[in-house]
Design a protein around this ligand. Structure first.
Ligand SMILES: Nc1ncnc2c1ncn2[C@@H]1O[C@H](COP(=O)(O)OP(=O)(O)OP(=O)(O)O)[C@@H](O)[C@H]1O
Ligand SMILES: [Mg+2]
Length: 462
């Protein structure tokens, strides 16, 4: 089974992950933009230094000279954080002054008045270099290249400061927003928690509707569904309660009879005097046995309706024939003619054989029980739609009774026999289970009762 996912975790993830992505992207963009402008400012200072050095390049008698007093060189090189290097060179004279090791671009690659910035390494340290080309003042001794470089400590310090300045507020923003989201989600989910507590505190008997006056709109549909379920549960429980009361009531009469006649039998002096009481005891025992078997069939059909037994393919004609054979003897006893009519081809449906046999048995039991001696019963198997029709020429059922006879424990007042009023309720339950329709109509020759069970289109797979 899949582990249930937490709604809170899903909401937190869906809200905070995009937020984190946006914040990280924003911080990265801000960082690189700030870094770019800081780099440009340092580059511009470096260029100013190169240009001020270029001012010192002089030409005397066609010879390029660079005479910067040592104290000026020291001032030039002084920097609290970085080390500064420079190099003056020309095509004709080669290296003129400064740090020979400073890497510089090829003179041919340089354009006049266009400084060239590059990254390089000197004495194992990374440096930023700017090179400017300057025409030697007052002579034809060619262009002079002045390069100035400095180590990257200031720039790195600036990088760290920018990083801190950009990331710290973003982190704070993320923290505050995340906290807000967490509190918001918890508050948003609290009606669900309250609902769970409310339902959890109820006993199995408390089926009155859950109040939904202070419930948000989204949760209201849930409370409505639960209330509808509670209503159905209440109706089912009430029906079950009625059923138990009826069953107990039905059992009480034959059991009381059993007790009275057993006492009479015990009080009798001779076996012959006991006989009438024993016959009553047998009669009462038969009633109890009949009632309990009807109750068992009803319980059995309910268990199938809850999906404990799958449907199987079966032939309605063969099933009806087998049932009729079982009732032939009883019909003969009552001098009733039992007719059977079925198409030559099998009539297949999917269903529960045991229950369908019970259905037909109850219809045949009624027809035989309520018909008069010398009567006639016809069982017909229909092919299209598949079904059974059981007709008799007995007393018939008045239209106003036609609905009530399917209720549990209902018997038409004055009915003969010792039935308990469950037979047709069982028929209805089993028919419903097979999505079959029941119709009550006239019987043989327009007299008596005809009950048809039409299976039609079936939806439940076997
Ligand atoms: N074929 C019939 N002809 C006349 N009346 C019938 C017929 N079938 C059913 N009834 C009437 O419908 C009532 C309900 O029938 P149902 O089979 O549910 O109960 P029952 O026969 O009284 O008891 P049970 O079948 O549980 O022993 C019966 O009491 C009877 O009055
Ligand atoms: Mg019956």
């Amino acid at each position: 089974m899949r582990k249930p996912q937490s709604l809170r975790a899903q909401l937190v993830a869906r809200l905070t992950l995009p937020l984190i992505a946006v914040v990280v992207l924003d911080a990265a963009v801000s960082y690189f933009v700030a870094l770019h402008y800081a780099d440009r400012a340092y580059d511009s200072w470096l260029l100013d230094s190169a240009k001020s050095l270029a001012q010192e390049v002089k030409t005397q008698k066609d010879k390029v000279t660079f005479d910067l007093p040592p104290i000026a060189v020291e001032v030039f090189r002084w920097d609290a954080m970085d080390k500064t290097f420079f190099k003056v060179e020309s095509a004709e004279a080669g290296f003129i002054a400064g740090d020979r090791a400073l890497p510089s671009p090829a003179l041919a690659a340089m354009a006049a008045d266009a400084p060239l910035f590059s990254d390089g390494e000197i004495q194992g340290r990374k440096v930023r270099i700017v090179s400017v080309l300057t025409a030697s003042a007052g002579g034809d001794s060619g262009d002079v290249l002045v390069s100035v470089a400095e180590t990257l400590n200031k720039r790195r310090g600036m990088m760290n400061e920018i990083l801190l300045a950009v990331v710290a507020p973003q982190l704070l923003l993320l923290l505050v927003t995340g906290l807000h989201i967490w509190v918001g989600i918890n508050r948003g989910l609290s009606p669900l928690r309250d609902l769970a507590t409310l339902i959890g505190q109820r006993s199995a008997r408390e089926l009155d509707p859950i109040p939904d006056t202070n419930v948000p709109l989204e949760v209201r549909s849930l409370t409505h569904t639960i209330n509808a379920l509670l209503q159905r549960l209440g109706a089912a429980l009430a029906a079950q309660q009625r059923f138990i009361e009826n069953a107990a009531h039905q059992l009480r009469t034959p059991l009381a009879g059993l007790k009275v006649h057993a006492e009479r039998a015990l009080a009798a002096d001779s076996p012959d005097a006991m006989k009438p009481a024993l016959s009553h005891i047998k009669h009462s025992a038969d009633r109890v046995a009949h009632l309990s078997s009807q109750l068992l069939v009803l319980a059995g059909s309910e268990s199938v309706s809850q999906g404990s037994r799958p449907f199987q393919a079966l032939d309605l004609a063969a099933l009806a024939k087998a049932c009729c054979m079982d009732w032939v003897y009883k019909a003969l006893e009552q001098e009733i003619e039992l007719g059977f009519d079925a198409p030559r081809i099998p009539v297949s449906i999917k269903g529960d054989e045991t229950l369908l046999r019970e259905l037909l048995n109850n219809l045949l039991d009624n027809s035989i029980c309520y018909s008069n001696p010398g009567g006639r019963i016809n069982v017909t198997v229909l092919a299209d739609p598949p079904g059974w029709v059981v007709k008799d020429d007995g007393p018939g059922i008045r239209p106003e009774e036609a609905e009530r006879i399917f209720e549990r424990f209902y018997r038409i007042p004055g009915s003969r026999g010792e039935g308990c009023g469950l037979g047709l309720a069982i028929v209805k339950e089993i028919a419903d289970l097979h999505a079959a329709q029941i119709k009550v109509g006239p019987g043989v020759g327009g007299n008596g009762t005809g009950i048809s069970v039409l299976f039609g289109r079936q939806t439940r797979a076997g």
